[in-house]
Design a protein around this ligand. Sequence first.
Ligand code: HEC
Length: 105
Amino acid sequence: MIKPILFSVCLTVIAFSSCKKSSSNNVTPVCDGSTPTYDANVETIISGRCIGCHGSGSSNGDMSNYVKISNYTANGKFEKEVLKNQSMPTSGPLSESELNMLGRK
Ligand code: HEC
């Protein structure tokens, strides 16, 4: 009876250690093995934390949909403000898991 338990403990340890944040420049994997998508993951973060100031037509930068946000991911400003400097959102940086979801390097 003890053996299966030990085995599953080992598997758990392996599963978690393979998910450690690497110190190299690779994107940190999302630890549940899924691939984040805009609709399933990113949209929730944007509408919860950004849309109040970055809604449609906003002069701060319109981030109301995928195409609009793509302008900021393409010119590097999204990465700079949100992932590197973490100056956005203004109320404080996103959580670790949110940052990883967005592909922090
Ligand atoms: C409380 C209001 C507020 C919230 C919430 C907020 N922002 Fe901003 N954001 C601003 C303002 C104001 C500016 C313009 C600042 C400036 O130009 O100096 C800005 C600028 C930016 C810029 C740079 C745009 C440019 O053209 O230079 C990016 C990228 C950005 N925000 C992303 C985000 C993201 C992503 C979130 C959510 C995770 C977020 N912001 C949440 C107010 C906010």
